[in-house]
Design a protein around this ligand. Sequence first.
Ligand SMILES: Nc1ncnc2c1ncn2[C@@H]1O[C@H](COP(=O)(O)OP(=O)(O)OP(=O)(O)O)[C@@H](O)[C@H]1O
Length: 316
Amino acid sequence: MIKQTSNGKAAIRCENLTRYYGDVAALKQLNLTVPEGSIFGFLGRNGAGKTTTIRLLTGLAHPTQGSAWVAGVETTNGDDSAREQFGYLPQEPAFYTWMTASEFLNYCAQIYNIPEKQRKARVAEILEQVGLKEAAKRKIAGFSGGMRQRLGIAQAMIHNPPVLFLDEPTSALDPAGRYEVLDMIERLRGQVTVFLSTHILSDVERICDQVAVIHKGELLLVSDREALLEHYASNAAEIELDSSSLDQLAAVKQQLEQQEWVSRILEDQNVLRVMVDDLATARQNLLPLVAACHLVVNRFEWVRSSLEEIFLKVSE
Ligand SMILES: Nc1ncnc2c1ncn2[C@@H]1O[C@H](COP(=O)(O)OP(=O)(O)OP(=O)(O)O)[C@@H](O)[C@H]1O
């Protein structure tokens, strides 16, 4: 497993965390340390065990085995003493949509026993922080997906916890909504520790300092993002074909797959990403091979691995 550097105290820690649902092992023997102040990406396909992990780490579900701590307070001992230490945004958050954003947050502040005198100021502060100040008096019913998720993050942060758990905060959003939510999360860097589960690799690649990959309830790797990319860095060439050559794509792909030095080919519309094991041989042979197919190529470049390739490699 690649080394995960530790920069001081752990914001989240668990030992042998395990959960069975009947015969289904939703999570097996998870040992994890999330450094304080990091944006931690918890990456896995649907059904990998992400929600189960978050529910166990926050004490919302009970483990079959193992223990967990958030900000040094145990969450798996059956009481709610750790409640103040974290905020949680579920995968499908529910809102009272007839309320305005500030009414809703005021209500959340009451649940957390924030004294009445401080509530108004806290609500105004958090609305500003998540970029909803202008929408404070608008009813939630009219909010976009991105606005709702930012409001969800505001409710999770209302009591100023040191740790935030966000379960797939971007998966139901369109590209614009994803951008605004990721941008907002990125601005939290250094203020809180963020544990963000997702199946979207580009989100992790964009904002997370640390990455863990979970697959079928098992932790496959945990690493600093850069170390991960470095470790798995394979060389790849991107070939963007002109639309006039698209009908030859399948034939070219087949030819490339037969080469010993090609390890994998990903296809995305008119772009082929050819990953190679032997760079020297590939450099000599790839372009001539493409040229021999009489393709019209708009772009050809050598690139390094993306998280997507790494994910495919480790979760096969
Ligand atoms: N309450 C439950 N009862 C039975 N099985 C469950 C329960 N909750 C989760 N599971 C099973 O545990 C496994 C992990 O589910 P989990 O919801 O944690 O995955 P996930 O990575 O969050 O996926 P998704 O993004 O689809 O929610 C799955 O096989 C799921 O069917």
